[in-house]
Each structure stands twice: as structure tokens, then as C-alpha cells.
Design a protein around this ligand. Structure first.
Ligand code: FAD
Ligand code: PYC
Length: 416
């Protein structure tokens, strides 16, 4: 990253932004690429970056209908952790965690990865049993995870009401110290800049409207800017994956739901970790700017609205204020929604499809931000070698026929 002296800062503060250097090109689509990635969110951009960097495949287009990182990448609450229950999921998310730990250096871009710890609260005896089971499973997989008592929780978060007569008494929590948050926009921009520098074409305002398929094999996409050919196409379109699968002539076992979040006015630093409660449907962290970032469980209906709704805000804030009475008079600034693509087992799909050469990376539901580097890394490998990466293999769509589901509802962190 560039460093500025005091004089440099003053010069840039007074200069006009028209002269700022662009971080990536705005190329005209070529007729043909080796690989097309549909979807310019964090996962699509990471896939393109690792294709170029690790496999030397640079004749790649990322085709994005809007602007880079404007989907769920820009709408999520940035929680990163790897404390999943089953070996297959834990291995995939821990692979991502290790990449997060070196990502700013790798991209030469500050993604503001902050390992401030993530706490998942337990409010009932069954919650506690689930916490203990998951923490034990995590430790067997070499993942840092501990069970906290209410006293230990109170020490880490002095402003939380941990008293026995709270409306939702806290019996304990799981705690992953290496978990935390990262800056979502910076993740998209860092991957975009690095992919562009390696020769990847980032095509914004370019919507895929259909697939060119002949004899059961893909050979390109139709877009609002004309047809583009490639023998390998990877779809990484989160909440729009079902729509794209339909265009290709098959169905995916996905449901699309809105998931909402909101932020408050900025406050002085009061909360230096992430607190989540699946039981009461609320979680909270504080950004470096001071805003409280608050999220809810998914909306209980299918939909493509990217808006917030008053009942969800009210329900979530009730839970937050019960846990944090200190926040009862904080004003909320903004609310929004994103479309999440949930699978029956709350795990992703990283898979070949019935159409040769066409692959899907989707189904991350409420929890894909944390997977961004790992998802891109293993999906790039899968596309480059036309073979499932060992960490991706358990997440093939075949599992919905064979029954080998990986049920991660308990670790999903957000109520489904
Ligand atoms: P996106 O960023 O949505 O990118 C997909 C892109 O595909 C979009 O830019 C879209 O415009 C593009 N696209 C779609 N259709 C087409 C088309 N036909 N042609 C071209 N382009 C197309 N996860 C966590 O791990 N931690 C969290 O704290 C967390 N909080 C969340 C909070 C909320 C409110 C929401 C909504 C989600 C949250 N998530 C969280 C989930 C996380 O945001 C997603 O799993 C992740 O960002 C998905 O990344 P992506 O790159 O696959 O999708
Ligand atoms: O998966 O940790 C998570 C998460 C937190 C908020 C939304 N998803």
C-alpha cells in the first residue's frame, strides 16, 4: 500500500478525485475467454484471482450485472470464523481462515482483518450441550475453540447483561479467539485489483441472460453486451444461482431468502468482540468507525427484495437491548437486506453440473463471507483441473441424491 507523509496527506486531501488512479481497467468484452466467471462478488473475484495466480489461467472474464462487490459482499456483517461442527465443513472454513490470516499481505491491500474473537451465546441447556459438542469437535480438528462460563463472558464483554434474571439468561458460550471481522468492500476491491493486474477482464454492467449449450456442453454465455464464448463457465451468483440454473436447464436445491442487517450511529469504542445469539435472533459488533453492526435471522419467506423491514428490525433490536441495556437509546442509521441462497443442509454447493464445463459455487446462505478466500481458492482449482478439489468434493450436488448431507444448521450462526 502507498504510505503518505503529513505533506502527502494534505496534498491528497486538497486534490481532485478525478486524478485518482483507477484500481482496475474497464475493458471491452472479448469474444472468447478460457474461463468465464459469472458474478463479481468476493467469491467470483477470488476465484478469478486464484485462477490467474495459482494456475496461470489469465484469459478470464468476470461478468457482473451490476458493480463489483455490490451483492451480498457489500451487504454482509463481515463475521469470519471457522468453528463448524463436521469435519468436511470445518476443513473448508479453516482453509479460508488460514488464507484470511495472510490476505492483506498476499493482495497488498489492507482488508482490515481483525481477529477480535467471536462468541456464540447459549441461553438454554440444549444450547449448552450443542456448544460443548461443537467446541469438542472443533478442538479435535485443531481449531481454536473454547467453552466460556458466564463469568468469563462478563469479563470479555463487561457491558452485556449476564445476570441470572435477564429475560434470556446467558448460560455460557463458545468462543473462537482467531475469529473476527474484515472490511467487506476492501476484500472485493483487493481481489479485483489483484486479478486485474494479472490480466483478468472485469466486466461490470454485464448481465448473463442465458447459456450457450450444445450437446450437453457449455460453450459460452449470452449477455446484454453480446455473446461471450468459453469452454469453462463458473457461476458464483449467490442469491441469483437458482435463476441461472434455470437458464441452464436444471434445478438446484436452493431457497432464496432475504437476510437483513442494520447499523447505528457511530459511538465511542465500547465493544471489541463479536457477540452472536442464534437463540434470540440477534448479533452485534462495532466497526472501527464506531457504528454498531446488527443482524437478524433470515426472513421466513422466499424473496428477492434487498430491503429491510420494520418487524425484523423491531424483533432484533428487542433482543439486542435485552442483552445490552446500555444501547437502549442508540439511534439506528441504515437498514438493508441481501438475498441468501440456502441449501437443505446449510452447506454450500461447489460442484460440476449436468452441463459439461458448467460449474456452480453457491448455497453459502447466511455464512459465505467468511469463506471468501477458501471458496475462491478451491473453486479455481476445481475449474482449472476440471476435477473437484478435495475440500470441495463433499459439497457436490450429488449429495442431495446420495444422502451424504453435511448438516451445519447448528453452526450457521444465524437462525434459519
Ligand atoms: P455476491 O456478493 O452476492 O456476488 C454475486 C454476484 O453475482 C452479485 O454481484 C450479482 O450482481 C451477480 N449476479 C447475479 N446474477 C447475475 C447475472 N445473471 N449476470 C451477472 N452477474 C450476476 N456471511 C458471513 O460469513 N458472515 C457474516 O457476517 C454474514 N452476514 C451477512 C449478513 C447479511 C445481511 C447478508 C445478506 C449476508 C451475510 N453473509 C455473511 C453471507 C455472505 O454475504 C454471502 O454468503 C457472501 O457474501 C456471498 O458472496 P458471493 O460473492 O458469492 O455473492
Ligand atoms: O455465519 O457467522 C456467520 C454469520 C454471522 C452473521 C451472518 N452470518
Amino acid at each position: 500500500m502507498q504510505r503518505y507523509s503529513g505533506f502527502g496527506l494534505a496534498k491528497h486531501a486538497l486534490s481532485h478525485h478525478e486524478n485518482w488512479e483507477r484500481q482496475w481497467r474497464n475493458p471491452t468484452p472479448k469474444k472468447q475467454y478460457d474461463v468465464i466467471i459469472v458474478g463479481g462478488g468476493g467469491h467470483g473475484l477470488a476465484t478469478a484471482y486464484y485462477l490467474a495466480k495459482e494456475h496461470g489461467i489469465t484469459n478470464v472474464a468476470v461478468v457482473e450485472k451490476g458493480w463489483l462487490g455490490g451483492g451480498n459482499t457489500a451487504r454482509n456483517t463481515t463475521i469470519v470464523r471457522s468453528n463448524y461442527l463436521w469435519d468436511e465443513a470445518a476443513a473448508l472454513y479453516e482453509h479460508a481462515m488460514k488464507l484470511w490470516e495472510g490476505l492483506s499481505q498476499d493482495l497488498n491491500y489492507n482488508v482490515m482483518f481483525s481477529q477480535r474473537g467471536v462468541m456464540n451465546l447459549a441461553h438454554t441447556l440444549q444450547d449448552m450441550r450443542d456448544v460443548q459438542r461443537r467446541v469438542n469437535a472443533n478442538r479435535l480438528n485443531g481449531i481454536d475453540s473454547v467453552v466460556l462460563t458466564p463469568e468469563e463472558i462478563q469479563e470479555i464483554v463487561p457491558i452485556m447483561d449476564c445476570s441470572k434474571n435477564a429475560r434470556y439468561p446467558i448460560l455460557g458460550a463458545s468462543w473462537q479467539p482467531r475469529a473476527g471481522v474484515a472490511r467487506h468492500d476492501a476484500v472485493a476491491w483487493g481481489y479485483a485489483r489483484a486479478a486485474d493486474a494479472l490480466g483478468v477482464d472485469l466486466l461490470q454492467n454485464t448481465e448473463v441472460t442465458g447459456f450457450k449449450i450444445r450437446d450437453g456442453r457449455v460453450y459460452g454465455v449470452h449477455t446484454n453486451r453480446g455473446d461471450i464464448e468459453a469452454k469453462t463457465v463458473g457461476c458464483v451468483a449467490a442469491g441469483n444461482s437458482g435463476v441461472l440454473a434455470k437458464m441452464a436447464g436444471f434445478r438446484l436445491p436452493l431457497e432464496s431468502h432475504p437476510l437483513q442487517a442494520l447499523v447505528s450511529e457511530p459511538l465511542k469504542p465500547v465493544l471489541d468482540t463479536v457477540v452472536m445469539s442464534n437463540h434470540v435472533h440477534g448479533y452485534i459488533s462495532q466497526t472501527d468507525k464506531g457504528d454498531l453492526v446488527i443482524g437478524a435471522g433470515i426472513d421466513g419467506y422466499n424473496g428477492y427484495g434487498q430491503r429491510g423491514s420494520y418487524p425484523t428490525v423491531e424483533h432484533t433490536l428487542q433482543a439486542i437491548v435485552e442483552m445490552f441495556p446500555i444501547f437502549s437509546r442508540v439511534r439506528m442509521n441504515r437498514q438493508w437486506g441481501g438475498i441468501v441462497d440456502t441449501c437443505p443442509d446449510a452447506c454450500p454447493i461447489l460442484s460440476a453440473t449436468p452441463v459439461k464445463g458448467l460449474f456452480f459455487n453457491c448455497g453459502w446462505g447466511t455464512g459465505g463471507f467468511k469463506a471468501t478466500p477458501g471458496s475462491g481458492h478451491v473453486f479455481a482449482w476445481t475449474l482449472a483441473k476440471n476435477q473437484a478439489h478435495p475440500l470441495a468434493a463433499p459439497f457436490s450436488i450429488d449429495r442431495f441424491h446420495t444422502g451424504a448431507l453435511v448438516d451445519e444448521h447448528g453452526a450457521a450462526g444465524v437462525a434459519h
